[in-house]
Design a protein around this ligand. Structure first.
Ligand code: KIV
Length: 270
């Protein structure tokens, strides 16, 4: 039925069309109901339930320990809040190790958690999985460059594609994903010139994070751009707020009021 807010829901076609219309695509991560509601109300095109949640909200040192259970739990919280944005759920490490397994797990994220699409990391190495998922009617977003789930094999969290051999491999992977039919590709920590070249040659939109200004869209981890400090702040992050300072101040103020008998007041009591 095409009526009311349902008609305005962003689809993978909307995202693909934006590239044709040369409209930039906005993406942020969210992991819970309140922030997903805010992002949706601010008309973010895509809300990514990234497996970065493992590091950002669960306190793990990498995204590797993230499980399907974590992803289902957080994606459900996000989709309960979202009316318009396209919700993409990350497939956690190990959940797409084989084609059949990838379809089974992607369908869980879509049917049980309400995601509109899933994201997987890698190119040639996950060709069979992506082919099978797209062949099963699942919308897939790719992720190339610095792929956190396999950061160990890439020599850590570092820029990928600086040397020619690496850049050629990245270009081949991007063209492959495009041919397979992913609806967009995240390019993470890639030199700006290479990201621009890839963006020009692929039909699907590219979404950059640490990939310069020429990609079709941009994504940041929500807590990074809100200024909730973690131990490392990558160079590509711009903090649009200092939530760490705001929250600390509020907590200190509350504590002082409780200790000083200033909270609650008469008006705040029954
Ligand atoms: O997990 C995540 O948040 C991501 C983005 C950094 C693209 O994959």
């Amino acid at each position: 039925m095409l009526s009311g807010s349902k008609a305005m829901k962003i689809t993978v076609k909307t995202i693909r069309d934006k590239k044709k219309k040369k409209e930039r695509i906005t993406v942020l991560t969210a992991y819970d109901f309140p922030f997903a509601r805010i992002l949706d109300e601010q008309e973010m095109d895509v809300i990514l339930v990234g497996d970065s949640l493992g590091m950002v909200v669960l306190g793990y040192e990498s995204t590797v320990p993230v499980t399907m259970r974590h992803m289902l739990h957080h994606t459900q919280a996000v989709t309960r809040a979202v009316k318009k944005s396209l919700v993409v759920a990350d497939m956690p490490f190990g959940s797409y190790a084989a084609p059949d397994k990838s379809v089974r797990n992607a369908l869980r994220l879509i049917k049980e958690a309400g995601a509109d699409a899933v994201k997987v990391e890698g190119g040639k190495t996950v060709e069979a999985q992506i082919r099978k998922m797209i062949g099963s009617g699942i919308a897939v977003m790719g992720h190339l460059g610095m792929t956190p789930q396999t950061a160990g094999q890439l020599g850590g969290y570092r820029v990928q594609g600086r040397i020619k051999q690496q850049a050629d491999a990245l270009m081949r992977d991007a063209l492959l994903l495009d041919r397979l039919g992913v609806f967009a590709i995240v390019l993470e920590c890639v030199p700006a010139a290479l990201a621009r070249k890839i963006t020009r040659v692929v039909k699907c939109p590219t979404i950059g994070i640490g990939a310069g200004p020429s990609t079709d869209g941009q994504v940041l981890v929500l807590y990074d751009m809100l200024g909730v400090k973690s131990s490392v702040k990558p160079r590509f992050v711009r903090a649009y707020a200092n939530l760490e300072r705001t929250v600390k101040k509020a907590v200190r103020h509350y504590k002082e009021d409780v200790l000083g008998g200033k909270f609650p007041s008469k008006e705040e009591s029954f």
